[in-house]
Ligand binder design. Structure first.
Ligand SMILES: *[C@@H]1O[C@H](CO)[C@@H](O)[C@H](O)[C@H]1NC(C)=O
Ligand SMILES: *[C@@H]1O[C@H](CO)[C@@H](O)[C@H](O)[C@H]1NC(C)=O
Length: 307
């Protein structure tokens, strides 16, 4: 027993002194090594969002991809050029200091601020991975996932059902191409009719936004009627069966997730939640999933590839 305890305490000690266990992200990590880092990122995000508001949800989407272990960051996602623009300026100001993972985490915050969300402090000090898993998208939540699958994918990376509802609430500023919506509108699961969960008066609105045989690349707001504002109207739409994505609407089909949706709406008798406040917390949790710090990983020179 004694030697067992000794072994345990040696193990605990080892865990305590391992540099990567000691190193953690913290607010203001670059305050001496690159004092302008956060300003450079926020100015860059502001400039791009002003030119094209679609880059704001694109940046949020990139954080999802990063967290769920796909390419870091993904060249194909809208908003990628913002990251590379910020990276180029940061490499000129302080070469080899600021990681792409931190640029992404900061840009995610700055993009919600640019569309009316509240600001929050982002802990930094992340390092970039040495592998780029471009094809590993299986863990990424998908627009057809049931609520159980969504919950599982989140819990697999240490995120709760509340984080799920909160982060999906980021769809308050998102858009989607009609090709990911039309299947719900005309011949859902070969039934010959629409997805029965869609509000019947809303159905004709959606059908005119995404006509049968129309342009599959046309983009529509995920938060009908309020797509430009970072607000809780997305949850009211879900409550009213006006969720655009099947996966978004499914949040109403499960007691746990439905309760969180209701708390964001502010239904009497339930403790209210404020999207802005909770979104910041869940974003910080998400950007710390599998985080590398200390001497792990590297600081990429170019965000699209390992050094
Ligand atoms: C719906 O899809 C099924 C399977 O593809 C097809 O057999 C059926 O004819 C379609 N119904 C309509 C109304 O288009
Ligand atoms: C969900 O909530 C309803 C109503 O409160 C209750 O009747 C039902 O048993 C709950 N279902 C589960 C799976 O907890």
């Amino acid at each position: 027993m004694d030697s067992f305890l000794k072994q345990v305490s040696v193990l605990v000690l080892l865990l305590l002194v391992t540099p990567s266990a000691l190193a953690q992200t913290k607010v203001g990590f670059y305050s001496t090594s690159c004092p302008k880092a956060e300003t450079i990122v926020s100015d860059t995000v502001k400039k791009h969002v002003k030119a094209n508001t679609a880059v704001a949800p694109g940046l949020l989407r990139m954080i999802f991809h990063d967290c769920f272990k796909t390419a870091t960051p993904n060249l194909l996602l809208r908003g990628y050029d913002v990251i590379e623009d910020a990276k180029t300026q940061l490499e000129a100001a302080c070469p080899g200091v600021v990681s792409c993972s931190d640029i992404l985490a900061l840009a995610g915050r700055d993009s919600t601020v640019a569309v009316g969300g509240l600001t929050y402090k982002v802990p930094t000090g992340r390092r970039d991975g040495r592998v780029s898993l471009a094809s590993d998208t299986a863990n990424l939540p998908s627009f057809r996932d049931s609520v159980d699958v969504q919950k599982k994918k989140f819990s697999d990376v240490g995120l709760s059902a509340q984080d799920l509802v909160t982060l999906v609430g980021g769809h308050t500023i998102g858009t989607v191409a009609c090709q990911f919506v039309s299947y719900r509108l005309y011949n859902f699961t070969s039934s010959g009719g629409p997805d029965p969960t869609i509000d019947s008066t809303f159905l004709s609105t959606l059908q005119s936004l995404c006509p049968q045989g129309g342009d599959g690349n046309k983009r529509i707001a995920l938060d009908y009627g309020s797509g430009d504002d970072f607000d809780n109207s997305f949850f009211k739409n879900v409550q009213n069966n006006r969720g655009i994505l099947e996966s978004d609407q499914s949040l109403w089909q499960d007691n746990t997730t439905q309760t969180y949706v209701k708390r964001y709406i502010g239904i009497r008798g339930l403790a209210g939640l404020t999207l802005n406040v909770e979104f910041a917390k869940s974003m910080i949790k998400m950007t710390n999933v599998g985080v590398k710090t200390g001497t792990d990983g590297e600081i990429r020179k170019v965000c699209s590839k390992i050094n």
